[in-house]
Design a protein around this ligand. Structure first.
Ligand code: 9MR
Ligand code: ZN
Length: 760
């Protein structure tokens, strides 16, 4: 299995080599001869946010509304067009080409593709004035070709040379006769020594006709080699045509890059390589290229000015459409308590599992709490992660109801209801079973220890233990149910009402029980826990969502009180911190704004401020990833951050938030230092050995699952083997036994479903 994969990768590399060789043969010459104009990096168009709509939208109420669902969750600013982020002046474009002269005088000015050398005094010898670039990696025996255009205001000769700076060896030289006509030159050489201190230089000093001031112009220098090193990171799933598009270079690979059409070998776009900066998390010096302005769907690859290339990638209208379906389908495969039929579950088909009565911890009474999704690689079912996953689906749906089809190949596909809602409902119905008569919601149902690896769900016959209610679980449940009441309002008003009732009963319970209480594992338990020592965010979500769903002042007042006590309670969309869902629900029901504009504005500022905090990480990172650290589930965190950023865009209209959200998806899908798409079955390389008991039992990998991602703390025996010299963003192992980095989980997947859904 592994061997086969390796071969495939080699074949892929070979194909890319062939493509590139072909390009060198055909594409370059055509390109330069035709003087195809390169596009300059464009200025960002000023984003004028459309004025917020003054029209009141439909009032949410307990009664089912006849209005379309779209009206329930309004974007303050609909997406109209995308503008790329431009590099700032301090970290933006910086040329690596310099002039060195002993006794001459040259003014060198440049754009990213053209150097203009005003030679005021050429110096006393030919070699005394040199235009050069250092730090080129030369490999002994490999074939190199340099391409450039050059002209001079006087007829003169210059000489191009490839040199090893360490030894002084000149590998090769070529004289070029320049006239006022821009001429295309190629210079091929094979280094006799390997060095990372290679130099390419042009001798510009004293020779015939150089006594007077003149100007030499050299443009579009490209250096290719036949090694085709893949040192450019891209979104392996593909770039949405209308969004910002970036690639990241692992080191300074020149001043410019080309996006080459992989089918025609023509250069489709050229841009500047910008923002060189050290990346402590990866141990690299990153730069990036922005090709947002290339919107034509197609197959492309990146080629840097200096010899490195990317794999082939696509630009298309909706590259995430299939991915989104598979991410949802994975949740269907996680279903517990019902039969998974082979007609849709394939190798993951299994008989009913975990349907026995669950006994309350330390007690005798037992309940039927069957249903819901298996949490992750284990078979536990936890209200907090279940609520997060359901909230993510509901949010994605509410933001864009028309985007979801009935065709994820799930058990209810074709029933006339979008599968994203069917899937959410499967969890919501289980969450209702977890609610007690007094409104409190039990924390989780687990077995004393995780099932052995490879034990299929239906074969796991350990006793089910029901952990008692927790305030954070009850609160998260209430918020989720309130959001569900909005999402199901048109599709199934009766169910929507049941969700609202459940939310209100949970909220009543929370009113009566104001302490934060949670339930730890007894010493002899090794199941998951998801302990949360702060329930204010959940309480805020509950009140805010109930306010958005009902418009009742009581809920608003309670949400506001919580916010006044601790404004941080309105942040986050994770299983631990989840106030951000409630904040967004209020902000997306603008007709409520008039009831309390101060509160509305405070929440808007709170969202902006959370997003700004993330932006500082996004902008300070060569991959534009929002992570300040790499901990267990770092991929979920990146996706959740993306959702927050997308929320900030939709409430402020500021493009930078949306583009930064898109970059979180690009990171997860391959634009990262591991050159790895973290969703199984996607991209050129992705997880093949996820920590998933259902996959182990089925004997195949779980498709469409987002892996947990790098965890610098090395919390399993596999990553403990990774040297401490390996930087944090690279501590990841595609291994079943690396549960801290390679586990599949419902709330990892839902986080990406939400992020992708909120980019629309
Ligand atoms: O996400 C949890 C992580 O923060 C903890 O450090 C880890 C160890 O206790 O547990 C993680 O949660 C797991 C849970 O306990 C059981 N289901 C799978 C979860 C993800 O690995
Ligand atoms: Zn089960």
């Amino acid at each position: 299995m592994k061997q086969k994969q390796k071969n495939e990768i080699n074949v892929r590399k070979l194909i890319i080599v062939l493509i590139v060789v072909d390009v060198i043969a055909a594409g370059f010459a055509i390109h330069y001869k035709n003087h195809i104009k390169n596009q300059e990096p464009q200025e960002t168009a000023a984003v004028t946010a459309p004025a917020a709509t003054a029209e009141p939208s439909v009032l949410p109420s307990a009664e089912p509304s006849a209005e379309p669902v779209q009206a329930m969750l309004q974007m303050a600013y609909p997406i109209q067009s995308y503008a790329p982020m431009t590099p700032d002046s301090t970290t933006g474009f910086k040329s690596s080409w310099y002039v060195n002269t002993v006794d001459g005088y040259v003014n060198n000015t440049n754009t990213f593709d053209t150097d203009t050398l005003d030679i005021i005094n050429a110096g006393s010898t030919y070699e005394n004035t040199v235009f050069y670039r250092d730090g080129l990696p030369y490999s002994a025996g490999a074939g190199y070709t340099v391409y450039f255009n050059a002209s001079s205001t006087v007829d003169r000769t210059i000489t191009v040379q490839a040199v090893n700076n360490d030894t002084g060896t000149v590998f090769s030289s070529m004289d070029c006769t320049l006239t006022s006509e821009r001429t295309f030159f190629t210079f091929a050489f094979t280094p006799s020594e390997t060095t990372f201190s290679g130099r390419l230089q042009f001798l510009l000093g004293k020779s015939a006709n150089t006594d007077n001031e003149h100007t030499v112009t050299i443009d579009n220098i490209r250096i290719t080699n036949d090694l085709n090193v893949e040192a450019v990171r891209i979104n392996q799933v593909g770039y949405p045509a209308s969004m910002q598009k970036r690639c990241t270079f692992l080191y300074n690979a020149g001043d410019l890059f080309d996006v080459v059409d992989a089918d025609t070998n023509a250069i489709a776009y050229s841009g500047a390589i910008v923002n060189e900066m050290a990346n402590a998390d990866t141990g690299e010096t990153n730069c990036y290229g922005d090709f947002t302005n290339l919107t034509k769907p197609g197959n492309y690859y990146i080629r840097a000015q200096i010899g490195v290339v990317s794999p082939v990638f696509t630009i298309s209208e909706d590259p995430y459409a299939g991915l989104q379906k598979d991410l949802i389908h994975m949740l269907s495969l996680q279903r517990c308590g019902s039969t998974l039929d082979a007609s849709w579950a394939g190798a993951f088909a299994h008989d009913t599992c975990h349907t026995g009565m669950a006994t309350v911890l330390y007690m005798q009474d037992s309940y039927d709490v069957s249903g819901g999704w298996h949490d992750a690689g284990d078979y536990g079912r936890y209200v907090k992660t279940g609520s997060k996953a359901a909230s993510d689906l509901l949010l994605a749906y509410l933001r864009n109801p028309d985007a979801y089809g009935d065709d994820t190949n799930g058990p209810e596909s074709g029933n006339g209801v979008p599968d994203i809602l069917d899937e959410a409902r499967y969890e919501l119905e289980w969450l209702m079973k977890m609610q007690r008569d007094d409104g409190g919601v039990n924390a989780r149902v687990v077995t004393q220890s995780f099932a052995y690896d490879g034990v299929a769900p239906a074969m796991d016959d350990q006793a089910l233990v029901l952990f008692p209610e927790e305030s954070s679980s009850t609160a998260f449940h209430a918020g989720t149910m309130a959001m569900a009441s909005m999402a199901f309002q048109t599709v199934d008003p009766d169910f929507a009402q049941k969700c609202l009732d459940s939310a209100e009963r949970a909220e009543t319970y929370l009113q009566k029980n104001s302490d934060n209480f949670f339930v730890k594992n007894p010493d002899d338990f090794s199941a998951g826990q998801y302990l949360d020592d702060d329930d204010k965010d959940g309480r805020f979500y509950a009140e805010a969502a109930l306010y958005a769903a009902t418009g009742k002042d009581d809920y608003r007042n309670r949400a506001k009180n919580l916010y006044i006590q601790d404004s941080k309670c309105a942040n986050g969309v994770s299983w631990r911190q989840n106030g951000g869902y409630g904040r967004f629900l209020i902000l997306c029901t603008p007709h409520l704004q008039g009831n309390d504009p101060d509160f509305y504005n405070a929440l808007l500022e709170s969202l902006r401020s959370e997003a700004e905090g993330l932006m500082s990480w996004v902008n300070g990172n060569g991959y534009n990833v929002s992570l300040d650290e790499y901990t267990w589930g770092s991929n979920q965190k990146a996706a959740d951050n993306g959702t927050i950023l997308a929320m900030a865009y939709s409430c402020t209209g500021e493009q930078k938030y949306l583009q930064a959200a898109g970059e979180q998806a690009a990171y997860l899908l391959g634009k990262n230092s591991l050159d790895f798409c973290f969703v199984s079955g996607y991209g050129k390389s992705s997880p093949t050995d996820l920590h998933s008991r259902i996959a182990r039992a089925a004997g195949i990998n779980l498709p469409g699952a987002l892996a947990g991602g790098p965890d610098a703390s090395r919390e399993d025996t596999v990553t403990q083997q990774i040297s401490w010299d390996v930087p944090s963003a690279k501590v990841y192992a595609d291994s079943y036994n690396s549960y801290s980095t390679n586990e599949a989980a419902i709330y990892y997947n839902s986080a990406l479903i939400s992020l992708i859904g909120n980019l629309k």
